[in-house]
Every structure is written in C-alpha cells, then in structure tokens.
Write a protein that binds this ligand. Structure first.
Ligand SMILES: [Zn+2]
Ligand SMILES: [Zn+2]
Length: 240
C-alpha cells in the first residue's frame, strides 16, 4: 500500500516572476504583484477597436466614421514598455515563456469579460503567417497564442480555416495605405471551412492599424460568419 505524499498545509509550488525574478504569488502565473501593477494595462479605450482613449466608454473617430468589419477587439494591454520588449523577444527570439505569460494575461482578461457577458465565440482562429515568414521564423506566433488560450478558455482552435494566399512583405514600418494595398488579397477562407452562422475570434499578437483584422473579418463575413471578434495581447496607441 502506498501512502499519499505528505505535504504541509502551507505548501505550494514557488514560481519566479519572469520580469524581475521576485517570487510570484500565484503558482500558475510567473508574474509578481509589483510587475503586474507596473504593466501598461489598457484603461480608457474605443469600445470597438480598443484604441487607447483618454476616457472610457467612447468610440474612436475612425470607428464612428466607418464601423470596422469585426465586432470588437478584446485586449488587456497597451503596446508600451515592457510589453513591446516582451512581444519582440517572443516573436523574434522565439522566447516562448514571454509569449505564454502574455497569453495567460489575455486569457485572464477574456475569462473576466465572458463573466461580464461578452459573447463566447465558437472557435479561435489564429491569423496565418505567410509560408515564407513561418519558415524563416520557425513558428506562427498567433497559432502558439491561440493554442495557449484554448485550454484556459475551453475553446477549440482551427488552424486551417484561414489561409494566406499571397506572401505579403513584412508590414512593419509601412504606412497604412501600403499595408492596405498589400493585404487586400492576402487571406482566403479555406474551401469547405465551416463559417456559416458562426461566431469566430481572430487571435493575433498586436493590433496596430487593424487593417489585417479588417480584411480577414470581411472575408469571414462574406463566407457567412455571424460575428468576428479580435483577441490580441496588446493594442498600439494612436500614432503621435
Ligand atoms: Zn516581478
Ligand atoms: Zn475605434
């Protein structure tokens, strides 16, 4: 007969904060309370595209002028220090622990939003990377993020529903008009994909102009999607 392993009542696994090395107070989240407080949490923001705004509960000028094809953007953070550095390390130096930490924060945000009656989607759809870029990088960061969200949110991921039709040049550093031109025909809904009447949630790392999300959402609606939301780690503020 094996006796159960004895542990004192105060026992719990100790986890170090990924940002400063101090002890975290939750066994499943490598972030200490101090660093948690210091993160650039998104305060006031556009009710549709999550653009940081000085006041809560407003809609930004661009969304008022023309409502985007996606229903709403959900994100916990503003794209600023140190989140920008963490995302860069995750994407460009393949540092999965930073990506996973940020995904945990997004999952926490979404669980809270679902409790506050945000409609749960049917499925998570990572934004596909061009094949060339995925080969270079070795992974698609959006697919990793969606995988890390699936379990805590209890949602399935569909990696095949969307595909990249054209290899678009890297979008970083391009102006909005050029980005749009490049994206117009970049994504397609896979043949036979189940889209009709469904609520889909796109997953990506950062929402900048929203052009990518806009084109994908439009393609999904054309294929019969009922609603498209966007879940991302962080939202960039308006350009200066
Ligand atoms: Zn810390
Ligand atoms: Zn907006």
């Amino acid at each position: 007969m094996r006796l159960p392993r004895w542990r004192p009542v105060w026992w719990r696994p100790r986890v170090q904060c990924l940002l400063c090395g101090a002890m975290a107070d939750q066994a499943d989240l490598p972030l200490c309370p101090g660093c948690d407080d210091d993160l650039p949490w998104l305060a006031g923001h556009c009710a549709i595209c999550a653009l940081p705004l000085p006041v809560a509960g407003l809609t930004c000028g661009q969304c008022l002028h023309r409502a985007p094809a996606f229903h709403r953007v959900e994100t916990p953070l503003r794209y600023g220090f140190p989140v920008d550095a963490l995302i860069t390390r995750f994407k460009h130096q393949s540092s999965a622990p930073f990506g996973r930490l940020l995904a945990q924060l997004l999952a926490r945000h979404l669980r809270h939003a679902f409790d506050e009656r945000l409609e749960r989607p049917d499925v998570l759809i990572p934004v596909p990377l061009s094949r060339q870029r995925e080969r270079l990088r070795g992974f698609n960061q959006a697919a990793l993020l969606a995988g890390w969200l699936a379990d805590p949110l209890g949602l399935p991921v569909d990696n095949r529903l969307l595909r990249r039709v054209q290899d678009t040049p890297a979008q970083q550093g391009l102006d909005a008009a050029t980005r749009k031109r490049n994206l117009r025909h970049a994504f397609a809904v896979a043949d036979g994909a189940q889209v009709e009447g469904r609520h889909l949630a796109l997953v990506d790392d950062v929402l900048t102009t929203g052009a990518t999300a806009q084109f994908i959402a439009r393609a999904l609606h054309k294929a019969g999607a009922r609603r498209v939301d966007v879940y991302c780690l962080a939202r960039t503020p308006a350009p200066e």
